[in-house]
Design a binder for this molecule. Sequence first.
Ligand code: ANZ
Length: 950
Amino acid sequence: MFYDHKTIEQKWQQYWQENETFKSQQPSTNQQQPKYYVLDMFPYPSGAGLHVGHPLGYIASDIYSRYKRHQGFNVLHPIGYDSFGLPAEQYAIQTGQHPAITTEQNINRYEEQLRKIGFSFDWSRELRTSDSSYYKWTQWIFIQLFHSWYNNTSNKAESIETLVQHFEQYGTENLNAAQTEALSFTAEEWQNASEEDKQDILLNYRLAFRAETTVNWCPALGTVLANDEVKDGKSERGGYPVYQKKMMQWSMRITAYSERLLQGLDKLDWSDAVKDSQRNWIGKSVGALVKFNVLGSKFDDTNNQQPTTNNQIEVFTTRPDTIFGVSFLTLAPEHELVAKITTPEQKAEVDAYVEATSKRSERERMADVKNITGVFTGAYAEHPLTKEPIPIWIGDYVLAGYGTGAVMAVPAGDERDYAFAKHFGLPIKNIFNQDISENAFSEKEGFVLENSDFLDGLDYKEATEKIVAKLEELEVGKAKINYRQRDAIFSRQRYWGEPVPIYYKDGLPYTLPVSALPLELPEVEKYLPTEDGDPPLGNAKNYAWDSEKEAVVSTDLIDNKTIFPLELSTMPGWAGSSWYFLRYMDSENEDFFVDKNLVDYWGQVDLYIGGSEHATGHLLYSRFWNMFLCDRGFIYHQEPFQKMINQGMILGVSAFVFRVNGTNQLVSKNLSKDYDTQKIPVDISLIQGNDELDIEGLRAWRTEFKDAEFILEDGKYICEREVEKMSKSKYNVVNPDDICEEYGADCLRLYEMFLGPLEQSKPWNTQGLSGVYGFLKKFYNLYFDGDTFSVSEEEPTKEEYKVLHTLIKKVVYDIEHFSFNTSVSSFMIAVNELQKLKCNKRAILEPLAVIISPYAPHICEELWQLLGHSTSIEYVKFPELNEAYLVEDEIEYPVSFNGKMKFKMKLPAELSPQEIEKIALADDRVKAQLGENSPKKIIVVPKKIINIVS
Ligand code: ANZ
């Protein structure tokens, strides 16, 4: 029978849509079905549509979802769109087209493509982060963060009200809070403070707060970028230069959660690679803070060379045990004490150096280990233990934003300090405090660190403890844990993002009332920043807050009495994606972001599939917001994603032609080495078999090739091929629509899985599809006799049952271990064997369709219907393994004579050793081997061997 994939697939896609086959059940109290939540990372709907690399993870999660439905779970398998973002905005800047229109078009295209692949999504829960019904709740979460602080004592976020109560009663006494800077005031001072001062103080503790921060400013994009959006000093999108700039920005106090984000990783079933990159990003360092008093310089009349407590340099060190080896101090050029302590002689040099450093980004400074630069300030500090004077330098290898922005330099223990000391001829001390400049570093053994008397005989840990105790006793230092992770900057100077629900009164931020949400994105004439340098929302005519009417009104009406300016920046890309997994549980709720009962029922995402490139962005921010919402009692799980699998990439096979430099000649691959050429990527649709170029096609593809001359080999133009990331910009994408058209979605699904283990990267090869297509035809035809559908009601043979149950065992194991590629080969083996056995028995073919259906759902639905069923195959119980069918009934024994195997003998499996011995001795072949000899001994190992000693 002809396997008409097109008709079959269209028919079932329509059936699923009309019948809402994959809609998850909302739990009701009398029927508590076990749940399973399978989530894909939702896509940004780009204009380029999907290529075959995109669905890889979706196919895997779809197989798993369908398998879980067969097992009786109420599966939540939703889809939506991360639909705010830069490309739509840039397109809007270029064309004036509203980003909402482009986004809508792209989403429609995505949906069409996704439906064609037959995914079992619950489409009724589809969400879009750019819909105001969704971002209303993103704004609501922002408001909750604004009205919360982090109490280090209770170790969780609390309502800002509890902080205000603390201030009312105790001021800052006994307060242990996550904060921008340490403040100190009494209850009375708080009570007497003005409203503005109070608001200003609270900003120091809010989890969403404003502060002056050094940001990655990208003038070409007109916006601030997150660290993970910057690669090598350039914007990831567009490759524009990025500069460091100080700006007032909204930030999220994610650092309050550093330790919990770190500890939580231990319990997650994620890859080590992703966990490690989060650990590195958080960057926990255990060490100490140590204070060094700056010695009054001789130019300071009041305090000639005496220690002064006015100016103290605090350093963070991970190696307090090396304190006797401190040879100098190095401050970051931006350190606030630099201007105060620099001596007049050194001022010019220091100023010039500070100016020069401001032009370099932190990344550049960190990456540049070869170029050692620095300047002496002319000032000295006193060593807290030895009381000796120590020179104070500035150097750009010390970063202003890490630790305290100052280091105690131990050239005998730290490579950068060593290089700095060598470069400037500074002393190098061992930790006896002896100068060892000449032999501090041995090429062979590295650093030479010896213990002082004080530390004699102590190991590193004991020495560290002893020094820290001493510093604490002298009140010049204390133990300290430092995290590299910084607070997350939350403002973007862009149009196409969530408006921040904030207005400004007397320069201070206030949240809009929740009842006024959503604060809709206003219409603007231009999507560029305003002439005054305000973000694009500054162009909006209607974007002011009337606090009496509680409404957005014309910007002209701002009087700063009752009508106030609104925040003009928007939220970053990660806002909407930090909680979408919660919204799917209750996507249509208009009264709350998610109903408590539903979040209780659906709990966590049980399986999350997506790319590992989100390790330190989305996956960290989502954990942070989730923990926060849990702290505030809105949800019940600390961690959003219990298990995660990161799919590998599908690679494209790019094609290249060689243009002879300075000419319009293209030379074929194997002749190109004789010419001076440039390699140019061309569209892979122009390649025929054996890498031959469709020359006329190329001429038509691009005008630059229209009149090109071709230097051929054997009458052909052969292209170079190279495996690289599949991407539209490399002209190597394969569109899944074409594959669905030619081979069908079932074939695409099976083939993508068949390519190799899910987590590995693998190249795409369209030619491989025909093998899988052949399998589908063979499978389909098991159910037909010629053109007639034909299955028999006869009882299957043991052999047929064995094929079926071997398959059940294998596939269950594979799916449960996410080894989807190996299942596909087992399907092929099983279908081949059943074909050989000419099996058309219902008792085999019905379960066979169920087993294959998670992978190739359309064909299996069709067969299921032909088998006489009137409902979808989706909820049929997955066939159960019966091990009895796998037990061998005959064993093939190797028969050995004096240890040498001579022949094999088939015997029933259940015989006893005595019975085996009897049968063996009566066998003619055994008699012939023995000849005249009589056997001395017969060794029978049941189910293994027979050995005859003569
Ligand atoms: C003395 C010392 C001796 C250090 C030694 C290391 C080895 P992590 O692990 O990254 O936390 N440091 C502190 N603040 C710095 C800053 N703002 N910029 C550059 N370096 C800074 O590293 C902490 C160590 O890096 C600290 O411990 C300090 O040098 C340096 F044998 O202090 B150490």
